[in-house]
Design a protein around this ligand. Structure first.
Ligand SMILES: Cc1cc2nc3c(=O)[nH]c(=O)nc-3n(C[C@H](O)[C@H](O)[C@H](O)COP(=O)(O)OP(=O)(O)OC[C@H]3O[C@@H](n4cnc5c(N)ncnc54)[C@H](O)[C@@H]3O)c2cc1C
Length: 282
């Protein structure tokens, strides 16, 4: 039987619906949900379509960054002038998701809730230190993106909760950033390896490198290294040494574990080099 489509008009109503029915699923853009449902990988008694709830497709400025509604489309994140200007790393990672058809329909909330270890945006969100707001009938809780991905396709979202915002800090301490996605089947396919990098410090005085890997372990993974006083090749070497310990690739049709490790090294080296070379030296 096809799931019923429920259309709440407020977050409180959506939380009530999710609380009343443990087999209900939130419907974002439906790009993952429709496929998984048709293939029989998940079943639901109803889909709670949150597209009619006012404000959930908005991007707004908050004290320390941007607050992104869960129904903001991935295409919007890719193209929004404020996002591009203040958090270019996010804009770069969202621009790499699948193809324009998917990006027009898929949403920010649906993307991270999907919890796939290969997703592009979470890699950038980890480096940027995003926070996920989860709402339920019990109230609101906020989870750091570092704690959000808890295992292979498992997230911190509990039954009865929905994502109501993703908050991304805007920091003038990030002096350069870069996102590299390497796919082995086609340019807009899922990545076989990805890396996001941010150089943090004052202009002319880089202090820290934050980088994250995607598709190279059962969840996206983050690391930070001190780079004060180091030269380009030394930073790359330090990042690669760290990255090799973080990688635990899953073999699949996009490559074996050893191949993905090699691609992972290339992704890290390219991302660090690109960021370093775009870093203002004065
Ligand atoms: C052909 C194809 C190629 C793809 N390639 C890539 C790629 O290269 N890179 C990449 O990053 N991704 C890729 N994807 C995945 C794509 O990013 C996801 O399908 C999409 O982001 C999911 O967003 P959605 O809004 O459509 O979510 P939905 O399909 O609506 O939902 C996905 C999951 O999230 C849950 N959910 C949705 N919204 C919320 C919410 N607000 N709160 C709590 N739970 C929620 C749903 O219940 C469901 O479990 C690809 C997908 C396809 C179909």
């Amino acid at each position: 039987m096809s799931p019923r489509i429920l259309r709440p008009e407020s977050i409180a109503e959506a939380c009530d619906l999710l609380n009343q029915d443990g087999d209900a699923l939130v419907y974002g853009g439906g790009t993952a949900l429709q496929i998984l449902h048709k293939q029989g990988f998940l079943s639901a008694s109803s889909f709670v379509d949150i597209s009619g709830i006012p404000g959930l497709a908005d991007i707004s400025i908050i004290a320390d960054g941007l607050r992104i509604g869960p129904m903001v489309s991935i295409r919007h994140m890719e193209r929004d002038a404020m996002v591009k200007q203040s958090i270019p790393l996010a804009s770069a990672a969202y621009s790499k998701v699948a193809n324009p058809r998917i990006r027009n329909t898929a949403t920010v909330g649906g993307n991270i809730a999907h919890g796939d270890y290969r997703l592009d945006p979470p890699v950038a969100l980890l480096v940027l230190g995003a926070t996920i707001e989860l709402s339920s009938i019990g109230g609101i809780r906020r989870v750091s993106i570092e704690d959000f991905f808890v295992g292979f396709q498992v997230t911190e979202i509990k039954q009865g909760e929905l994502i109501t915002a993703v908050e991304i800090p805007v920091s003038n301490k990030i002096t350069a950033s870069n996102y590299v996605k390497l796919s082995s089947l086609s340019a807009n396919d899922w990545p076989s390896a990805s890396a996001a990098v941010a150089i943090i410090g004052n202009q002319g005085n880089p202090q820290t490198l934050r980088f994250a890997l995607g598709a190279l372990a059962p969840t996206p993974v983050l690391s930070t290294i001190e780079i004060s006083g180091l030269q380009e090749d030394e930073i790359i070497e330090a990042a690669l040494e760290q990255a090799m310990q973080m990688m635990d690739p899953l073999p699949d049709i996009r490559g074996g574990a050893e191949y993905k490790r090699k691609l992972g090294r290339v992704a890290v080296e390219d991302a660090v080099r690109n960021a370093w070379r775009s870093n203002p030296s004065e």
